[in-house]
Design a protein around this ligand. Structure first.
Ligand code: FAD
Length: 806
């Protein structure tokens, strides 16, 4: 066993093995995997080992597609038989709503370059002859689904890694992780201590404990999961073709062939956690006793869907455990606040996702960033709040129970809420606020009529909140609106090196005292890492502002780029909050609550200053995300309620209306303002997104400068962000719908909303530049139906931007 390695991967399940394989494949051969027992000794050995590409997050779906492709390559490499059964897979729709959802998913798959097929009930029956298709509306068939041998898949990664120089040490539990002064780790194991530059926690069922060894409490927990394997079934034996991987979501089951019988797995609605603190260290390959009473309701549905099961003998019950995170997606990447400590854990579907997780993590470690936008599985999408045990149990339980339940984009799930509320939460609630939750924070979506027990209908189409949002949009454009800005993040930057550091960190020119500026942030390879706003309050005090839910993500990036001294950085998101007011009457409202001169001459667009507002001393910026004249107030959290009353009181005579973020979404779409996670992500560049117009290319030094210049001067982006007006009557685009020019797929939607003031269904989309001319007619898939759309020359509302500068 080596005593010095570049990377120590802890855990030899399918995920750890994939990480090791990808590290070695991408060129880091001085890597070691340490396994407590044998390879596959965690969840991996008893998985049903089915794989599929379908995932609600299209980026993750694409990585699942990569995993499946990789199996064929590994099989072809010939080091290990993977026992690959490419049977194809069918997802059945048992309700009209699910059928609609599958049609929408089919279109999203097209955007990801993945081919699947929509088939009617008769075809479903042909594909899966043992299914009773009564009540089935149709299915989504994907030829690239199937199952493989658990051990074979893990061994294939391991052998591929060994061939490329990696070392695997079995029967060697890691006992301690001790940080070294040089930023590396002393990995104390049963067989001795290894000095590693980096460690990767791929501890699966033990990931929680391997996290705690480094002082990090990861939001991950094991849960039980059942499947059964039948004896030989005559109807299966008689088949001429192997059964597909069949998922009956309304029935909560998945099924595949196992020899001449079947394997039936159940996602029950009454799930059970198992060793929330992680599996016991002496846990071997024993199974958890089956709990048939708990899964009986779902089992019964499964037996009705596949009637031949009713007479089949059950050869084996498997009740095993695997890990879940609050949203069911993996935890991948560098853990914020730690040096050289990486995770690849919380992987619920290791056989679908293991390849993509391994690839992304290896790219991140070796090249500094993963190629794909994997925010959906980035460990930094959570803060400490998510590791609270009751929260973790509530959210993972909710996720498990809803694994096969149709979830709509406008649905707000109830578990684990509220965790964080703004000081005005209750007051807003009394006014009818309906809340969403992100990063634990409750934020207003819109304000329903006061006193009504309003419930938004979950739907892919326009919901019953449509007229409410319409009213808020119109009130903003015609008068003045009030928005709680607790959902913004705020970072304070000060110290003698503050300006120089910001100048290096951000691609824009750093504003002088009393000014604010939009601030793109880039990675060294020239991709977007932030669409922030920087404020200079004077006296060397700066703020960076962004979205609340990205706090850990932003702070990890900032800290990674901080100089050794001279800059003080603080996340003040939970200390400072405020409101935004927007609309043509907002200056009148501000003037009514402050003694300061707030005339256009004294307080122009994109400036900022401190002033008294009612009883509060507020830091005020003249900007909003609505495209209207507007202001953002920032006060200590303890004063937000006072500020609320001040603005409400003064605003009453002016018809002040409270709005939420669904309304902001319609307003910003009318202005073609992109937002993070939609138009701007890690996968896109300044030239694609149009954020290049905020880059100060003349600056001598900032992160990503060379790449951004290269894109500008020599390698223009192939795609372009445009706004579409869509002929859609009942539904609006959401994200990732394909855009067509005839039969050519020319791009995809990033986000969509109804523009209530302009009266148009709008979307923003990345299109191939050669066909992105304004005025062209294209088509967009919305819920599986192609709709005509027009490329707009600019924003649908106030293209000159005169209103916000007024
Ligand atoms: C019943 C059941 C059915 C399933 N069906 C499917 C399916 O059909 N498709 C699918 O994709 N997924 C399925 N899964 C989930 C799948 O098993 C997991 O996603 C996958 O195995 C996770 O792999 P892993 O490598 O992250 O974790 P694990 O398999 O748990 O591996 C972790 C490894 O780390 C080692 N380890 C931990 N701590 C240490 C330490 N301190 N020192 C050294 N080694 C350590 C352990 O011994 C273990 O080998 C199923 C799981 C179960 C239980």
């Amino acid at each position: 066993m080596k005593t010095h390695v570049r990377v120590a991967v802890i855990g030899g399940g399918v995920v750890g093995a994939s990480v090791l394989y990808h590290l070695a494949k991408l060129g880091w051969s001085d890597v070691m995997l340490l396994e407590r027992k044998e390879l596959t000794a965690g969840s991996t050995w008893h998985a049903a080992a089915g794989f599929h590409a379908l995932n609600a997050d299209p980026h993750i779906a694409a990585l699942q597609g990569y995993t499946i492709k990789l199996y064929k390559e590994l099989q072809a490499e010939g080091l290990q038989d993977l026992g690959l059964h490419m049977t194809g897979g069918i997802n059945m729709a048992g309700t009209p709503e699910r059928w609609e959802w599958l049609k929408a998913a089919w279109a999203l798959f097209k955007t990801m370059g993945m081919e699947s097929e929509l088939v009617g009930p008769e075809e479903v029956k042909k594909i899966c002859p043992i299914a009773d298709v009564s009540g089935i509306y149709g299915g989504l068939y994907d030829a690239n689904e199937g199952h493989l041998d658990n051990y074979g898949a893990t061994q294939a990664y391991a052998r591929g890694a060994r061939k490329r120089g990696a070392e695997i040490v079995l029967n060697n539990r890691v006992l301690e992780l001790n940080p070294r002064p040089d930023g590396g780790w002393d990995v104390v194991s049963e067989q001795g201590t290894i000095r590693a530059e980096h460690v990767v926690n791929a501890g699966g069922l033990w990931a929680k404990q391997v996290g705690l060894m480094a002082g990090v409490d990861l939001p991950v927990t094991p849960m039980e999961h059942h499947y059964l394997i039948t004896e030989e079934i005559p109807e299966v034996k008689a088949l001429t073709k192997e059964l597909p991987l069949a998922v009956d979501m309304e029935g909560f089951t998945y099924l595949r062939q196992e020899h001449q019988g079947v394997l039936l797995g159940i996602y029950e609605t009454r799930p059970k956690h198992w060793n929330v603190e992680g599996a016991p260290w002496n846990y071997g390959t024993e199974l958890i006793p089956e709990d048939i009473d708990r899964i009986a309701p779902e089992l019964e549905i499964g037996f009705r869907r596949y009637p031949c099961l009713q007479n089949a003998g059950i050869k084996r019950w498997v009740n095993g455990a695997f890990t879940f995170t609050p949203d069911g997606n993996p935890l991948v990447g560098p853990v914020p606040g730690l040096k050289n400590y990486w995770v690849a854990c919380g992987v619920m579907a290791g056989f679908s996702q293991g390849g993509g997780v391994g690839l992304s993590l290896a790219q991140w470690m070796i090249e500094g960033e993963p190629e794909a936008d994997i925010y959906g599985m980035d460990v930094a999408r959570y803060g400490d709040y998510a590791s609270n045990r009751p929260y973790l149990k509530a959210k993972t339980g909710e996720f498990y129970a809803r694994r096969f339940v149709l979830t709509y984009p406008n649905e707000q799930l109830p578990a684990g809420r509220p965790v964080k509320t703004s000081p005005v939460h209750d007051a807003m609630k009394a006014e009818g606020a309906q809340f969403g939750a992100l990063y634990g924070l409750e934020f207003p979506l819109y304000f329903a009529p006061k006193g009504e027990d309003f419930r938004e209908t979950p739907t892919l189409k326009r919901s019953n909140a449509f007229p409410i949002v319409a009213r808020e949009v119109k009130a903003t454009r015609n008068g003045v609106a009030l928005l709680d800005t607790t959902a913004f993040s705020r970072y304070e930057v000060s110290g003698p090196g503050a300006e120089a550091w910001l100048d290096h960190l951000l691609a824009c020119r750093i504003p002088g005292p009393g000014k604010a500026r939009l601030a793109p942030m880039l990675s060294p390879s020239g991709r977007l890492t932030g669409d922030l706003t920087v404020f200079s309050w004077g006296g060397g005090l700066y703020w960076i502002m962004g979205s609340y839910y990205l706090q850990a993500w932003h702070m990890r990036w900032f800290r990674d780029h901080l100089p050794a001294s001279g800059v003080a950085l603080r996340d003040i998101s939970d200390e400072v909050t405020g409101f935004s007011i927007a609309g043509p009457k907002s200056r009148d409202l501000l003037a009514a609550v402050t003694g300061a001169d707030v005339s256009q001459a004294a307080f122009p667009f994109m400036t900022c200053r401190e002033m008294d507002v009612g009883l509060c001393r507020a830091k005020v910026g003249r900007l909003t995300v609505t495209g209207e004249l507007g202001y953002e107030f920032n006060v200590p959290a303890s004063q937000q309620l006072a500020l609320y009353h001040t603005l409400q009181e003064a605003g009453r005579a002016m018809g002040l209306v409270q709005i939420g973020y669904n309304t902001v979404n319609s307003l910003r779409m009318e202005k073609s303002f992109g937002v993070w996670s939609k138009e701007f992500t890690w996968a896109y560049t300044p030239g694609m997104s149009g954020l290049d117009r905020f880059i100060a290319f003349a600056k001598k030094d900032f992160i990503g400068r060379d790449a951004a210049l290269k894109e500008r001067d020599h390698a223009p982006a192939k795609h372009k962000l445009v706004t579409l007006e869509i002929a859609a009557e009942d539904a609006d685009a959401s994200a990732f719908e394909p855009v067509w020019l005839g039969e050519r797929r020319i791009g995809f939607v990033t986000s969509g909303a109804y523009g209530h003031f302009v009266g148009k269904s709008l979307a923003m989309a990345y299109l191939d530049r050669d066909v992105a001319a304004p005025g062209s007619t294209v088509e967009v898939h919305i819920i599986g139906i192609r709709r005509k759309a027009k490329i707009l020359p600019g924003p649908a509302f106030d293209p000159e931007g005169s209103r916000m500068r007024a």
